[in-house]
Design a protein around this ligand. Sequence first.
Ligand SMILES: Nc1ncnc2c1ncn2[C@@H]1O[C@H](COP(=O)(O)OP(=O)(O)OP(=O)(O)O)[C@@H](O)[C@H]1O
Length: 440
Amino acid sequence: MADSATPRTADRPRLAVAYSGGRDSTALLHAVAGQAKEASIEVLAFHIHHGLSTHADAWAAHSERQCAAWGVTLRTHRLSGGPAVGESIEAWAREARHAALAELCAEHGVDLLLLAHHRRDQAETLLLQALRGAGAAGLAAMPKMQWRDGICWARPWLDRPRESIEAYVAAHGLEYIEDDSNADPRFARNRLRLAVWPSLGEAFPQAEAALAQSANWAQQALALQQEMAAVDLAGRVDERGLALHELQLLSPARAANALRAWLHQATGQVAPASLVQRIQAGEGGSGSAWPCAGGLLRLYRGRLSWQPAAESPAPGPSQMVNLGLPGSYVQPGWAGTWEVAAVPSGGVSPIHLQDLTLRARQGGEQFQRARGSALRSLKKAYQEAGVPGWARSGPLLFSGAELVFVAGLGIDARMLAAPGEPQLSLRWLPVESRVPFTDP
Ligand SMILES: Nc1ncnc2c1ncn2[C@@H]1O[C@H](COP(=O)(O)OP(=O)(O)OP(=O)(O)O)[C@@H](O)[C@H]1O
């Protein structure tokens, strides 16, 4: 846990340096602390104690001594827990460290956090990503500045060669800790540093600068991809999901780019390349479903939608409800909420929204989609409206024997109030469904 919040010195701008006690962040903290004094900026140092090494306590103690000597306030955060079985230690440590640094920033009112990555780190990151077969997002490596949750994560030395930092440390006689895990060949970055980089640097003296420049180009390519995806997805996504069939009008590269971007937005995760290929190849056709990001991706009538597994709707119990007043009504047992609002037209008289019976389909129900249109079986009405089979288990509302409302279809036209009468609209919102089947 972190120490208590640091009281702000009146009106002095404040920033923090992510300080591991290693060579690079020692140099950065030294340089920043010196310059900040002149500029009257308050500098904090944030140290994350991963609890992974037997030396972690000694590193924290070293960081404390160093900061005390420089008059810098140090805040140490001890991580609890560890990687799950099969999880990479590196990935766990990175994620937990980032979360802890973000927490420290929020706790201490810091919105500028400096990290000591330099040009060699950037070149290594690009190489490691390339060796995993990454696309532009991976090859873009690390951005110089990035805003996340109100905090600017900045890497002021990202363009600096590693040698210049070594020279700075030597010139100022700075003491720093050596992390023994840097020699552990289980970690890909260490193998690259120890076994590959010396020969690479010898054979290609410009490798560091050239690879870092490639990362810059990849950042530009990534920005273009993102802009293109926003253009290509505009008007092709609604509450029923992504109109996949419309993406086929685009070139294959643009369609794949838009599809990847939509999958990322919908699921919060990067989709595997093989899945994107299978979807694009039209594998399975309409009605297909693929497990994806802890949920299910479904294709129905050319529309792709995704739902987290736990949130797949299952019919709840029959019960009585009153929806005669505007408002939001959480529906117990049905994982959803009713939204009722006063409207000038297209609603139901409030009288018909009292003492409603709420239940699942039983079969034999008939529905009228619009005034004057034919009465249809519910199955036909769902088909006509393009509601996929898996989204047909939402609740039905009855006033006595009259069907008032069907989730996914809306109000039965026979129950619509006459223009000018007081009336209420109804919407059914499934809980946290990422692709909600609201009513037209
Ligand atoms: N334990 C930590 N506590 C706080 N910040 C850290 C920690 N580990 C890494 N960082 C930040 O992330 C940057 C990059 O991490 P990396 O693992 O490459 O650094 P390091 O080799 O541990 O240390 P350094 O970069 O200081 O030599 C560091 O320069 C530092 O700003």
